[in-house]
Design a protein around this ligand. Sequence first.
Ligand code: FAD
Ligand code: DHB
Length: 390
Amino acid sequence: MHTQVAIIGAGPAGLLLSHLLHLRGIGSVVLERRSRAYVEQRVRAGVLEQGTVDTLVESGVGERLLREGLPHRGIELRYGGAGHRIPFEKLVPGRTITVYGQQEVVKDLIAARLAAGGDVRFEVDDVALHDIATDRPYVTFGGLRLDCDVIAGCDGFHGVSRPSIPAGALTEFHRDYPFAWLGILARVRPSSEELIYARNERGFALHSMRTPQISRFYLQVPPDDDVAAWPDERVWAELKARLETVPGFTLATGEILEKSVTPMRSFVAEPMRHGRLFLAGDAAHIVPPTGAKGLNLAVADVRVLTRALARFFADGSTALLDGYSDACLQRVWRAQHFSWWMTTLLHTFESDDAYGGRLQTSYLDYVTSSEAAATTLAENYVGLPYEEER
Ligand code: FAD
Ligand code: DHB
């Protein structure tokens, strides 16, 4: 069996790559370890940058996103007993974010691939990569061999692609945080029209949403915490304690549909390529979710990789493929910094770190009073222009 691009992983990165390549006449096979139902149900990101929305819409998979996605023109920073709005429409005119669940993006992309006759294989659990440093790489799975010209490692942080690169060929940069996020999906109308990022001495809390009937919340929790420690009553009590801190705000409660704990880490592997293996998305880099950047970075990588592969398959030129890693890493490191900054600004570190707390307050006061500082937050949050747009 032969394909031009073997894609490992059917998350947003792998599926979008397969879709964009198809639009350019390039064949691919997507190999996914989990079932289709599993990847379509997995609750994760929800904030799409302007550029991510444009990418999906322009490539023909944005119809439901435009219909059901919730455009947001600002966010609230809540701390010290008051809420402060960061107004995107004023600070970064024309650029907004759209709230639309990652699993909805995944559903739309799978539907588009299958409708176009795409080859997406689920429940393939023994993928191995071979001869990646040669120009005849191949992948094995389930007793089959898939020969290809290029392998795209889109299999997330715990995938098989990055570990297939020989030790010493990658430099890894990382930072772990002394807390995790408990993510909560609930059947209750959002209590706010816009997202609320709340700093609180009990820990950070985030109020987001999915639809006018479904809310999404996150709570800062200890790094090794277990969902079993969070019965529904405790979740609501803690969300109320951290969010009901401004006059007149009451949190509506409802049925909790899903809870999960996510570790917080920053990670980058450089370069994002070894021979004919190209890493994209979480396979190459992880950000803590506070800046809502992970999925958006995956989309940005895939845009760069698509153009590079289109050139390669058109005339054999490796010029863009050779520049792939550097082209991506610039944006990756900007998002790394922004995500680290939002995380350190809003989370509670050690309870006795009074100095750190004062620094946070000082910076929050600056961001909420200086247009220059607020614009820094806004332009990073809605997403900086892609390289080719600058
Ligand atoms: P993944 O989505 O991880 O996809 C990788 C795929 O590869 C998976 O389907 C996996 O099953 C498969 N796979 C793994 N190993 C193998 C193997 N050996 N063989 C075959 N397949 C394999 N980002 C944002 O931009 N905005 C947000 O608001 C946001 N919020 C988040 C909230 C939470 C709680 C979490 C956990 C993440 C959040 N993120 C957010 C990050 C975002 O979800 C990820 O960055 C995004 O999923 C990356 O996409 P990906 O396709 O690179 O990787
Ligand atoms: C959501 C997730 C985030 O990480 C974030 O910063 C904002 C919103 C969400 O899932 O809705």
